[in-house]
Design a protein around this ligand. Structure first.
Ligand code: SD4
Length: 319
């Protein structure tokens, strides 16, 4: 099949794609290629949205979400709100390969990573401190917890927005607008020449998130999903909306019933849009024949990066 292997990832993260191609051609497995490809983005801090030093939460801390899934065995490892460890996708792989559990979170995921030999370090950078300071000084929201209270100093009310008050929606809206261009998780799917499939995601999530927030990226069927004999899908965008629909799972099930990847992606995005017409999100899908597709809602165009043997190189395609 001249269309295999196929390596596809969200956004124009070409270096990550190239690394995955290289890993596969050097004899690595689909899991090795996913891990090493996604690691490139963690190291390069792709778009500031992957890896350390991006998307500081309301306390100024960067935390990471990541997952990896093996189509052959249906094994998954993932981490949510991982603190103080840079290589989230590798920690996720360790969860998959060294435990019978699936998802570890927060400081306790850090403890696991430390036991597995990962370096524990501060994920802040000068840039993330600057982003946080600017937010605190300029964009800090008024006190939505108690909207009747107006403080002379807005900084007093920059704490977590624990309460979903009536004003919460406008808060969310503003946040979505602010962060619209700051949603660049890498999600990658690979089908190799033998039909082996794997997927992975890694991200630092959402700027100014409430501390403790976990997005869609480490959630099976949301961030990504693969099924043996069928294919895989991965998501990027507003995870707080998207995870409510398990869109990657939905794309794979649609492909299983014969839909093309592009149609399956469109169907899943349209379904979300029927509830949330203004959500921002995108999906990619690939089937075991090597057909691939993608699409975005609110991101237009939505670029993805693809390699297969009919393409000379890792190529950015606008959907
Ligand atoms: C999240 N879905 O944490 C991620 C962010 C993202 O492209 O995809 N950015 O909500």
């Amino acid at each position: 099949n001249v269309k295999l292997p196929v390596i596809i990832n969200t956004w124009p993260f070409v270096d990550a794609n190239k690394q995955a191609v290289k890993t596969l051609s050097n004899g690595g497995t689909v899991l090795d290629a996913i891990e090493q490809g996604c690691t490139v983005c963690e190291v390069e801090q792709c778009d500031g949205s992957v890896g350390y030093g991006g998307s500081p939460d309301e306390n100024g801390e960067t935390t990471l979400d990541a997952m990896i899934m093996d189509g052959d065995t249906h094994d998954v490892g993932s981490v949510g709100c991982l603190r103080n460890v840079k290589s989230a996708i590798s920690v996720a792989r360790s969860v998959m390969e060294h435990t019978s559990q699936t998802l570890l979170v927060g400081s306790l995921a850090t403890d696991f990573a430390r036991e597995m030999g990962f370096t524990v370090e501060d994920l802040s950078t000068n840039k993330s401190k600057l982003i946080w300071n600017e937010w605190r000084d300029k964009n800090c929201q008024p006190n939505f917890w108690n909207p009747d209270t107006v403080s002379p100093d807005p900084r007093e009310f920059c704490g977590p927005y624990h309460n979903k008050s009536s004003s919460f929606d406008s808060h969310t809206e503003k946040r979505v607008k602010l962060e619209k261009h700051n949603h660049d998780t890498i999600g990658m799917i690979i089908v190799d020449a033998n039909g082996r499939i794997a997927c992975g995601t890694t991200t630092n999530g959402l700027n100014h998130k409430i501390p403790g927030r976990v997005g869609d990226s480490p959630i099976v069927g949301a961030g990504c999903y693969v099924e043996k004999g069928v294919g895989g899908a991965a998501a990027t965008g507003d995870g707080d909306i998207m995870m409510r629909f398990l869109p990657s799972y939905r794309v794979v099930q649609s492909m299983k019933s014969g839909m093309s990847p592009t149609d399956a992606v469109k169907e899943a995005l349209d379904h979300i849009a029927s509830y949330y017409p203004s959500f921002n999100g995108a999906l990619i899908g690939v089937n075991v024949n090597g057909d691939y597709g993608g699409g975005g809602h609110g991101f237009s165009p939505f670029p993805a990066t693809v390699y297969n043997p009919t393409l000379d190189n890792s190529t950015v395609i606008d959907y």
